[in-house]
Write a protein that binds this ligand. Structure first.
Ligand SMILES: *Cc1c(COP(=O)(O)O)cnc(C)c1O
Length: 404
């Protein structure tokens, strides 16, 4: 948190290597991280910053959370990978514990969020043809304007963000995209061949867009009426971020399919999963889907610790309580620059009247790491372990950065 006095020669050298030898598919803040602990990261020059991004909620439990590091170290000394060709002693317990956390029967583990979304889409189609009885190749899946579900060819096929989508055609057919938060538009888009509705309970990358009250309930009811699967992509909203284990809980809604990722790997390894009942995930037979690394011993051991931590309710409560404090302070901002503040729990999208990038760069100078999403939205998502005093300090810096 020391004053920034210009980047060191070492920082410059490392940034130049990244710039020259990595594809430019990101626009990172000009920091080079060397270490991290809890809610803080330290750069190669020894400057400390409060992390208000948490790797897009993959680090919900803080950097190098001691319980998760211990679980990883224990597993490193035992076995790390066998592939799904063999069972291992972490696999069954992981699947049973994650299914129980979700109130479902079965888990299909993958690695990244995008893979889990792809798996959910394949599952909905397969379920549609083999269980619902949709004629071959006629299935459709409904998605929403502003969605973000990952970066694969199929997923960008139904993206409405031209930056994410352009130049990747031809696109995968079979998707219908309607405005988010509009139940009538969803009703009109669904027909007898609709096998699934893929929804973020809060749209994260779109700028932390919270749908109108009653919307998730309406999605649930329409899926029931039409006999389609409600697929909740809780990759970013899930696992404590919004003050509950799942964001769907805010409307007492239980989707047919949960898609999980990010925080499930404890910020240590990528772990994702599709979770549903036997009537849905039971469609798979050997060879019909898979992943070499999905459900590996390291992933399962770490995710089991994540699930055990979530079962205490401690992190959800921290997100609720500190989130109320965060939103109280953000709501009081009256600096002419803030157009709107959205969010739930320890998660906020701050809609500015100007560009967000200069604000995130100024915040970095002040020792706070946050990132813009799109042009005018600043996103705050501190680790759920953040201390209240540190959060207050970061919000003081935000006020200073907005005033500047
Ligand atoms: C991040 C994210 C994904 C994709 O996860 P990756 O691990 O980056 O592939 C999918 N859905 C949502 C809602 C996300 O926020």
């Amino acid at each position: 948190m020391s004053e920034k006095t210009g980047a060191s020669a070492e920082t410059e050298r490392l940034r130049r290597l990244s710039d020259e030898h990595s594809a430019h598919n990101y626009h990172p803040l000009p920091i080079v991280v060397a270490e991290a602990d809890g809610a803080f990261v330290t750069d190669v020059d020894g400057r400390r910053y409060l992390d208000m991004l948490s790797a897009y909620s993959a680090v919900n439990f803080g950097h190098r959370n001691p319980r998760l590091v211990a679980a990883a170290e224990r597993q490193l000394g035992r076995v790390t990978l066998v592939s799904r060709a063999f069972d291992h002693d972490q696999f069954g317990p992981f699947c049973a514990e994650l299914a129980a956390l979700c109130g479902k029967d079965m888990v299909l583990p993958m690695n990244t969020g995008a893979e889990a979304v792809e798996t959910a889409l394949k599952t909905a189609r397969k379920w549609g043809y083999e269980v619902k009885g949709v004629p071959a190749d006629q299935a459709n899946i409904v998605t929403f304007v502003g969605n973000f579900h990952g970066r694969t060819t199929t997923i960008v096929s139904f993206s409405t963000d031209p930056v994410a989508k352009a130049s990747y055609g031809p696109y995968t057919p079979g998707f219908r995209t309607v405005p988010y938060g509009d139940a009538d538009a969803l009703r009109d888009a669904m027909d007898a061949n609709t096998v699934g509705v893929l929804v973020e309970p809060i749209q994260g990358e779109a700028g932390v867009l919270v749908p109108p009250p009653g919307y998730l309930r309406a999605v649930r009811d329409l899926c029931d009426e039409r006999g389609a699967l409600m697929i909740a992509d809780e990759v970013q909203t899930g696992l404590g971020r919004t003050g509950t284990t799942f964001a769907c809980e805010h409307e007492d809604v239980v989707p047919d399919v949960y898609v999980l990722g990010k925080a499930l790997g404890g910020g240590i390894v990528p772990v994702s999963a599709v979770v549903a009942d036997t009537g849905v995930l039971g469609v798979y037979k050997p060879g019909e889907h898979g992943s070499t690394f999905g459900g590996n011993p390291m992933a399962c051991a770490i995710a089991r610790e994540v699930i055990a931590m979530l079962k205490t309710g401690e992190f959800q409560a921290r997100s609720r309580d500190l989130g109320a404090h965060l939103h109280g302070r953000l709501g009081a901002l009256d600096l002419g620059m803030v157009r709107e503040v959205r969010g739930r729990g320890l998660w906020a999208g701050i809609e500015l009247n100007g560009l967000a990038r200069p604000v995130s760069e100024r915040l970095m100078e002040l020792g706070v790491l946050a990132k813009e999403t799109h042009d005018t939205t600043l996103r705050l998502a501190p680790p759920l372990v953040v201390e209240r005093d540190d959060l207050d300090w970061a919000l003081d810096q935000l006020e200073a950065a907005l005033k500047a």
